[in-house]
Design a protein around this ligand. Structure first.
Ligand SMILES: Nc1ncnc2c1ncn2[C@@H]1O[C@H](COP(=O)(O)OP(=O)(O)OP(=O)(O)O)[C@@H](O)[C@H]1O
Ligand SMILES: [Mg+2]
Length: 305
């Protein structure tokens, strides 16, 4: 298959810049000659179309989900940009905010079989099981955070929730499953376990399950983008986050770059003209292009004192 990768863009918190990054990273990939499909999977608040100046009242992912005849290919819209098509977010938002398992599987299967180089998926804020599952199905899971305590906290919560979700899907061992059910259902757990502690607890129950969890943990390598940074201290928040993620969760978070706060971002959104196309020399556009390159090359920023 021709596909080079599925990237999902998520983030624990709303309004941190997920859609900005998802739309502009897609454009960057398309401009490099890749065939790209951008999917607005934020059914609670779809707005990718706005970044492209496209009206909402046209065909969307919800038509594909509900129809027995339509393929995902059939609902893709031209964006006016060569090589880039858009699956617009559900327009009857109320009925679509939560997909059931069958609908979700249908969407995931269709995404995985699209015959293009890249599929980029914009996810909503939060840690619903739907959001976590789409994040986990990707080849590259990207988290967008802002350098502020609430966003940092939600990012950690997202990492932990995603890892727990992944464990539940891979663990077959009965006793370990029961243990996982018990601790995730308990709302009053006094000291919630980190993924690393969990691996150790599970190894005690069943060493073999412990080994496969260690493997899953080492393969769970989400990427981090910090958006709206204003100072060098803000940039360093990314390094603190990767260090904390490793230390407390045992999770290798890869810091793929930051985007500066830039008034051209606001101007481009107001004018419904993607920043990468219309303000390519702006600081934010340059930051986004560099991030795209880092993700493609699997390069992570390294702290230099
Ligand atoms: N680098 C930046 N510089 C300046 N403003 C920015 C930057 N990034 C994002 N913004 C502002 O933040 C707003 C939210 O961005 P965006 O819609 O991409 O966030 P989101 O995470 O997708 O939000 P939601 O959770 O609602 O889907 C933008 O409309 C813009 O005003
Ligand atoms: Mg968004």
């Amino acid at each position: 298959m021709a596909r080079k990768g599925i990237w999902t863009i998520a983030g624990g918190k709303g309004g941190v810049g997920k859609s900005l990054l998802c739309s502009n990273l897609s454009i960057d990939l398309a401009q490099r000659g890749n065939s790209v499909v951008l999917i607005d999977a934020d059914f609670g608040g779809p707005n990718i179309h706005t970044f492209f100046g496209i009206s909402t009242s046209i065909i969307s992912v919800s038509d594909f989900i509900k129809s027995n005849q339509l393929r995902l290919d059939d609902i893709l819209l031209p964006t006016g940009i060569a090589n880039l098509k858009l699956a617009s977010g559900a327009h009857d938002v109320l009925g679509m905010a939560n997909l059931n398992v069958i609908q979700q599987n249908k969407l995931v299967k269709a995404i995985k079989t699209l015959d293009v180089d890249y599929v980029l998926v914009d996810l909503g804020a939060g840690t619903s099981s739907y959001t976590l599952d789409l994040f986990l199905m990707a080849d590259v899971g990207v988290l967008v955070a802002a350098p502020e305590p609430t966003s940092v906290e939600n990012t950690y919560r997202f990492i932990k929730s995603a890892f727990y979700r992944k464990l539940k899907s891979v663990i077959k061992h009965q006793e370990v499953r029961a243990f996982l059910e018990k601790i995730t259902e308990s709302k009053h757990e006094e000291s919630p376990r980190t993924p690393a502690e969990l691996v150790s607890d599970i190894s005690d129950i069943n060493p073999q399950a412990g080994e496969s969890l260690k493997y899953e943990l080492s393969n769970f390598t989400p990427k981090l983008i910090l958006n709206q940074v204003r100072t060098p201290t803000d940039v360093r928040v990314g390094f603190s986050m990767t260090a904390a993620s490793k230390k407390y969760f045992g999770v290798n978070l890869g810091y793929v770059g930051f985007v500066e706060h830039d008034s051209y971002v606001i101007q481009s959104i107001r004018q419904r003209k993607p920043i990468i196309l219309h303000f390519p020399d702006s600081t934010a556009a340059n930051c986004i292009v560099r991030i795209g390159q880092n993700i493609r090359q699997n390069y992570h920023l390294v702290h230099s004192n």
